[in-house]
Design a protein. Structure first.
Length: 390
């Protein structure tokens, strides 16, 4: 019996196994290996018959300190009431909710398809992780902060400069990492390449194609546009400057040092790791990403990412009246009563969120399988912050 069949067979009765109140352990999927992690297989996980809600999470010796919510909140019932609403299907298809406050994980809960050990598929929040990988390359000396202002093509030695659209030579890594490359590719042209000559998109050919098909780029055309070409440039630069491959670098130099081993990260058509969407991480490992941001690039006393890079990546490089945007990390203000709190966040369609509130040392992790973003981005801060702040 192969592992794939064993995994699907397990899913058929996983929700009937007692994993909840008797032993205090969060629900898990067994017989899991990296090849089993995918968006398609995730949809086959049966809903939990009973939500798992813990106000005193287990210490898993995973680099995350744990505590007791009852001893660290002004009103535990505010959190419990919110979690019970989630369990009663009042907040879309939420799969997990974790709350980390003042250096302790105080609340851990799983619903529906949520499992403690199953990496949840991540859409655009993958961009945020890609930014951290660039930061790690800077910390290790493969890039410098000043390199962020260099043209992307200066790193990509396989690019044929002859047929590039006008202005593409000016796109800097800094511009690509906050979605202001100016790349504008007609969808029909892109579809034709994908259908007829996908081999052109292998390796740096992916960026070659973007830069050939785009409309001419000027300084005036470099306006914010949320698109896949820009994070693809960042991943290509990473591939070009680190020893080995971007995939190996992300694993050995960013994730393994943080104790992140159970994850998925799909390959793009280029052969590199996807950068716009396509990673899968456990809720606790998403929390580690948030902790790394709040700790200004440090993990357990070691500087993994330069503090300067973290500050730039999560700063307000591009701003409008609703939000700010850094290097694939978002920012917005949250109003609670008479007080306003800055929320720095990683966001993914379907409802994957890392919500960080540096001023009050709070991180909220939420995963879901919604058709859209869901409402947790606005709802979770309103329901969680008052439990800790008067």
């Amino acid at each position: 019996m192969n592992k794939f069949y064993t995994f699907l067979q397990f899913l058929s009765y996983a929700s009937c196994i007692t994993l909840f109140a008797d032993n205090g352990l969060a629900p898990e999927v067994t017989d899991l290996n990296a090849k089993d992690i995918s968006y398609t297989l995730e949809k086959k996980i049966p809903y939990l018959e009973k939500a798992f809600i813990s106000t005193k999470p287990k210490d898993k010796n995973d680099g995350i300190k744990v505590g007791d919510l009852n001893k660290n909140t002004l009103d535990t019932q505010l959190i419990l009431g919110f979690s019970k609403e989630i369990a009663s299907n009042k907040h879309s298809n939420t799969d997990s909710l974790l709350i980390y406050y003042k250096n302790q994980l105080l609340f851990e809960s799983y619903y529906k398809r949520g499992r403690a050990n199953y990496p949840h598929y991540q859409m655009s929040i993958t961009k945020s992780y890609t930014a951290l990988a660039i930061g790690r390359a800077i910390q290790l000396g493969y890039l410098k902060m000043s390199d962020l202002n260099k043209p992307v093509i200066s790193f990509l030695k396989d690019i044929d400069l002859k047929n590039l659209a006008a202005g593409t030579e000016s796109i800097s890594l800094h511009e690509a990492m906050h979605m202001r490359s100016g790349i504008r590719v007609d969808k029909s042209k892109a579809s034709t390449v994908m259908k007829n000559t996908p081999e052109k998109l292998k390796g740096q050919g992916q960026i070659q194609t973007y830069m050939e098909l785009t409309a001419p780029i000027t300084e005036d055309s470099k306006t914010f546009k949320y698109q896949g070409s820009d994070p693809s440039m960042a991943m290509q630069v990473l591939e070009a400057v680190v020893p080995g491959s971007a995939k190996g670098f992300i694993k050995s130099e960013l994730l393994i040092p943080m104790g992140i081993k159970n994850y998925g990260w799909q390959d793009d058509i280029s052969g590199l790791p996807k950068s716009a969407a396509g990673s899968s991480f456990r809720s606790r490992d998403m929390l580690k990403m948030g902790m790394l941001i709040l700790q200004e690039g440090q993990w357990q006393g070691k500087q993994l990412i330069p503090t300067e890079f973290i500050k730039v990546a999560t700063s307000a490089i591009d701003v409008n009246e609703q939000r700010s945007y850094g290097y694939f990390w978002w920012g917005h203000d949250v109003q609670i009563g008479n007080n306003t709190y800055l929320c720095k966040s990683g966001r993914g369609a379907g409802g994957q969120f890392i919500l960080m509130f540096p001023e009050i040392e709070l991180i909220i992790i939420s995963t879901a399988h919604n058709k859209g973003m869901g409402k947790m981005l606005s709802e979770a801060p309103k329901r969680v912050i008052p439990a800790f702040i008067k």
